[in-house]
Design a protein around this ligand. Sequence first.
Ligand SMILES: Nc1ncnc2c1ncn2[C@@H]1O[C@H](COP(=O)(O)OP(=O)(O)OP(=O)(O)O)[C@@H](O)[C@H]1O
Length: 256
Amino acid sequence: MTVLRAGELSKIYEGTISTRALDNVSFALEDGEFVGIMGPSGSGKTSLLNVLATIDEPTTGTVTIRGRNPHELGSEEMALFRRRELGFIFQHFNLLDTLTVEENIVLPLTLDGAPVARMKQSALELARRLGIEDVLGKYPREISGGQMQRTAIARAMIHRPSLVLADEPTGNLDSKASRDVMEAFTMMNVEEGTAILMVTHDAFAASFCHRVIFIKDGRFYNEIYRGENRQAFFQKIIDMMSLLGGDTDHLSQVRL
Ligand SMILES: Nc1ncnc2c1ncn2[C@@H]1O[C@H](COP(=O)(O)OP(=O)(O)OP(=O)(O)O)[C@@H](O)[C@H]1O
């Protein structure tokens, strides 16, 4: 079944000079797929993610998530839809500083009024699987970036959303923490069957995806599939990034 469909999406920002950030972008994500979006700086990746995440409206075109167009929902329905169907993971983790790791993880369930014992049990199970059970009682400022991002992953997973949208999830992490975080994404994808769409500049992170879609100047440019070998895929991604041009400072050092 199709989890997410982007149908001929265009986004124009009006201003003194109007900018066409997205130009007729179409693609679909099937159940359980893990897909990366890459492209040079300014190619429209964030605009695309914001439209898909219902944070922003497309100028034209449609977004369909599990057969429904969230942009057609009223604000209350939209809030519920986002909370139930979607998980979000950001570059800056977006954890609440005044809550412990455990409280951050169960936050979506708290909003739904779930029983405390069940929430604690779910948080513990997820924390074990993500290797963060030792820090459940700590505050975000007391843990590492990799642990913060795994906390954010646990929080996104606790609702068992059908789709997780991630924006540069390894953007603030060193290579060891990036690997842990990408392994956590893979666990969520394989064990829970969660479909993931991840925007990234990081070829290492992208090499964990099944497929990477490249965009340039707001348009679909190409897509490549992983196959069996992640190292070979990493090289193909690097080659495609050099072909695309644009900023290459984001090219991650080789860390297979
Ligand atoms: N709110 C806005 N108002 C006007 N123009 C915008 C706005 N947001 C983005 N743009 C423009 O739209 C284009 C696409 O930007 P976008 O942020 O989607 O690209 P990106 O691929 O995510 O870039 P980066 O990799 O640098 O984050 C750029 O030309 C940008 O300047």
